[in-house]
Design a protein around this ligand. Structure first.
Ligand SMILES: *Cc1c(COP(=O)(O)O)cnc(C)c1O
Length: 390
């Protein structure tokens, strides 16, 4: 039977019959794996990546989580890392060598940008940052040395949705590999591998883990050849995730469908409310008409998570601090994707080189959690009163 997405999310990777009928896989804590004979030991080096041979290469707990994520992202195979950033850097190192060139979205997650400007530059890899809205015109920036075209859609902090199929098409014509940071959609609202992307990365720390209690990253590859490059490099770099964290990722995944629907509903409610407020100059949310790339979101995504940003009219820092410091439900902090709502100032103007951020006022990014939406609105409403000095 062909299973629909929510059924896949609930069951993929679980094999109770192989585990005494117990629903979830056990957490294997492992370094050494024993072999019964010399022949078995020598044969281990010829084993595929799905076999247990040494802790660093993965355990049945790792494989269960990877199987589930690969099913969610509809890819050939998934590789797990100890953080989202670990996944991004390890994949870039797997694909690139000195002399190569990377095209990186100007709106990429800041540490991704820093990795290009620091590490990759030192290792002789050049990066050109591109306007995320350029679509098929990315062809004009592709050079003979371009090996990776990296997209992040929607963009970090400002949520521009990219024309991923058009970019992937141009990249493939030039023989480049297309990598996406798919953390925002959780692989739940967007399946990039079905739209021409070769490798879909996620900070599983965010929605897959979903409870703000573990760091984890995943890279899902469209085909076997790409998977073998990515997995092989992860094994060589030693970037393996711990078993408890893989378990938390798998456990989080089981409730992903219910959580994402709620994040979506609350995020839309907050965004609509903020849009109607006189203190707010702009709201950036992919599902709102007028958001850059809204038409691509409508075409390619099946929904939106609760992460978006809004821009206040210019105010004094003390007023902004009064607004944020007095919040009772929202937490002030980094990361997102957990059950609890977060708000954090963002500074897109400080990390862009191919585009210009058009606002002068403070940018606030919201992660809409699983609390009562009306309580969140009431919290923001009293925050805006404090902002106005009332
Ligand atoms: C948080 C985040 C990452 C990094 O994930 P970590 O698990 O914190 O290392 C990567 N990309 C995006 C878009 C993120 O928001």
């Amino acid at each position: 039977m062909k299973k629909r997405k929510d059924t896949v999310v609930a069951h993929a990777g679980n094999h109770p019959a192989e585990n005494h009928g117990i629903v979830n896989p056990p957490v294997y804590h492992a370094s050494t794996v024993l072999f019964p004979t010399l022949a078995a030991l020598e044969g281990a080096s010829k084993m595929g990546y799905d076999k247990v041979r040494y802790g660093r290469f993965g355990t049945p707990t790792t494989f269960a989580f990877e199987e589930a994520v690969a099913a969610l992202e509809q890819g050939f195979g998934t590789v797990t890392y100890p953080s989202g950033l670990g996944a991004i850097c390890s994949v870039l190192l797997a694909l690139l060598k000195a002399g190569d060139h990377v095209l990186m979205a100007d709106t990429a997650y800041f540490p991704t940008r820093r990795f290009c400007e620091g590490f990759l530059k030192r290792y002789g890899v050049r990066t050109t940052f591109y306007d995320p809205m350029l679509g098929a015109r990315i062809a004009e920036l592709i050079e003979p040395a371009t090996r990776v075209v990296f997209v992040e859609s929607p963009g970090s902090l400002t949520f521009e949705v990219q024309d991923v199929p058009a970019i992937a098409d141009a990249a493939h014509r030039a023989g480049a590999v297309v990598v996406i940071d798919n953390t925002w959609s959780a692989g739940y609202f967007f399946q990039p591998l079905k739209h021409g992307v070769d490798i879909s990365l996620q900070a599983a720390t965010k929605f897959l883990v979903g409870h703000s209690d573990a760091m984890l990253g995943v890279a899902t590859c469209a085909d076997r050849a790409t998977f073998e490059i990515v997995k092989g490099s992860a094994c060589e770099l030693g970037t393996c995730a711990g078993p408890d964290d893989c378990y938390l990722g798998l456990r989080g995944l089981r409730t992903l469908a219910a959580r994402m629907d709620r994040h979506q509903a609350t995020g839309l409610k907050l965004a609509a409310w903020l849009k109607g407020r006189p203190e707010v100059e702009a709201v950036y949310h992919p599902a709102l008409p007028g958001n850059p790339g809204h038409e691509f979101w409508k075409r390619d995504f099946s929904g939106a998570c609760g992460l978006f940003s809004f821009v206040l009219r210019p105010v004094e820092k003390t007023a902004l601090a009064a607004m944020l410091d007095g919040l009772e439900v929202f937490g002030i902090g980094y990361s997102w994707g957990g059950y609890e709502s977060l708000i954090v100032p963002a500074h897109p103007e400080a990390s862009r080189s191919a585009t210009r951020w058009p606002h002068a006022g403070p940018v606030l990014r919201i992660h809409a959690g699983l609390e009562d939406a009306d309580d969140l609105i009431a919290d923001l409403a009293s925050g805006l009163k404090r902002l106005a000095g009332l």
